[in-house]
Design a protein around this ligand. Structure first.
Ligand SMILES: [Fe+2]
Ligand SMILES: [Fe+2]
Ligand SMILES: [Fe+2]
Length: 406
């Protein structure tokens, strides 16, 4: 598989946009200003690439408690959110530089990313200031630049020279207009020619799983766990490591449609009305819809989107049956079913592995899920028990261990 880094980052932003368009607008505008400043300062290609990615992801930590806050306070100088962002990117090689840059509050700027951090901090604050002005920014460009310089005086002198220069350049302000932003972000991208292999793309999808999993406290590690369980099932089924990896990715992506489901519905303790249940069911249809635009995913899209389909045609949303459901789709469905049973739900506690397997055996008898795959869960019960627990602990740590970051 071959996918560009640009498309991958854009895809992440499209998903965040479902939950918070305002957050994405802030990060995109920060990136636009940052690329202009990088250009002005004549930064290396490598630095430009790092700043661009960092700007487009710098506030993803906000997603962890976005529901509890009022609209629009995406100021990255909030240290707690920087720590959350750091945690979301942590452990993913592809975001190693990004992680270092977004964490601008780390004591002193005295490290090799000093300049990128200063640029990000400056552009983040600048974007924040833009909200004080009417939508036609070009008409008040000098006021914006002067006002910013009055409020903040702690950046290198050439940053203020940059403001003087751009205050006279109309295109700069046009690019920051709401209608133009999504296109401009692509136009100015320094990462268009970078292509990812499946290992890199798997890390992109790990970040996506983390984003989806933070959406509801009840599913703190659900996508991650489904991905890992699905991979293990693929391994025991004798699949190639390439297919194992693609199935793992399908697991990470399977519930992205849940980003559309209102949080109070996901966490409702009492029985759902017919209308609410159908809203909930829409999530796997949404997964199909979102993934269908990423042609590079190939079969992975269907494997992810089919997770609520059943062999006897009793699933949803397409009511596919055993003729249409291939082994990878069946594996993701079993991994999702199994993981869900072992997780806390608003209306029940987690089931033990044995109780979960009993319920799954019943589903095998009814003809709705694949007996050979469920047999693998039985055979390797201990291994799956470990995976489920480790993944869940990892999900908790993501939110909990914010204080221990250096
Ligand atoms: Fe920010
Ligand atoms: Fe689902
Ligand atoms: Fe799921």
């Amino acid at each position: 598989m071959d996918i560009s880094l640009q498309l991958s980052i854009k895809f992440i932003n499209e998903l965040i946009k479902i939950v918070s368009p305002a957050l994405v607008k802030h990060m995109e505008r920060t990136a636009i200003v940052a690329m202009e400043l990088c250009d002005y300062l004549d930064l290396s290609k490598e630095q430009q690439k790092n700043v661009y990615i960092a700007a487009l992801l710098h506030d993803i930590g906000e997603l962890i408690d976005i529901r509890t806050r009022e609209y629009g306070d995406f100021h990255s100088n909030n240290e707690l959110h920087q720590r959350y962002t750091y945690n979301m990117l942590n452990g993913l090689d592809i975001f190693e530089q990004t992680k270092a840059i977004v964490y601008t509050r780390r004591a002193g700027y005295e490290d090799k990313h000093q300049q990128e951090k200063a640029i990000l901090s400056f552009c983040d604050r600048f974007e924040y200031d833009l909200r004080l002005y009417p939508e036609n920014l070009a008409s008040c460009s000098e006021d914006i630049c002067n006002g910013f310089a009055e409020r903040y005086s702690d950046y290198p002198a050439e940053f203020y020279d940059f403001l003087n220069t751009v205050s006279q350049r109309e295109y700069f302000w046009f690019r920051l207009q709401t209608d133009n932003i999504p296109r401009v972000v692509n136009v100015i991208s320094p990462i268009k020619v970078i292509h990812l292999d499946i290992d890199d793309f798997q890390q992109i999808c790990t970040l996506i799983a983390r984003i989806v999993d933070t959406h509801s406290g009840f599913t703190a590690a659900h996508s991650m766990t489904v991905g890992l369980v699905a991979r293990e099932l693929a391994y025991y089924s004798g699949m190639t490591s390439y297919d194992q990896q693609r199935i793992e990715i399908a697991g990470y992506l399977h519930d992205i449609g849940k980003l559309y489901v209102p949080i109070n519905l996901l966490e409702k303790k009492s029985a759902l009305s017919r209308k609410e249940y159908s809203m909930l069911k829409e999530h796997s249809y949404k997964t199909a819809e979102i993934l269908s635009v990423v042609a590079e995913l190939g079969e992975i899209a269907a494997w992810a989107a089919n997770h609520h389909e059943r062999l006897d045609g009793s699933g949803y949303p397409y009511h596919l049956n055993r003729i249409y459901l291939d082994i990878p789709s069946r594996i993701v469905a079993v991994a999702d079913f199994f993981t869900a049973l072992t997780e806390v739900r608003p209306y029940r506690g987690p089931l033990s592995i044995q109780d979960a397997l009993d319920i799954m055996d019943k589903a095998v008898e009814d003809g709705s899920i694949d007996g050979e795959i469920v047999a693998l869960l039985h055979q390797h019960k201990e291994a799956f028990y470990t995976i489920v627990n480790q993944a869940r602990e990892g999900g908790r740590a993501l939110v909990r261990d914010v204080a221990s970051i250096p």
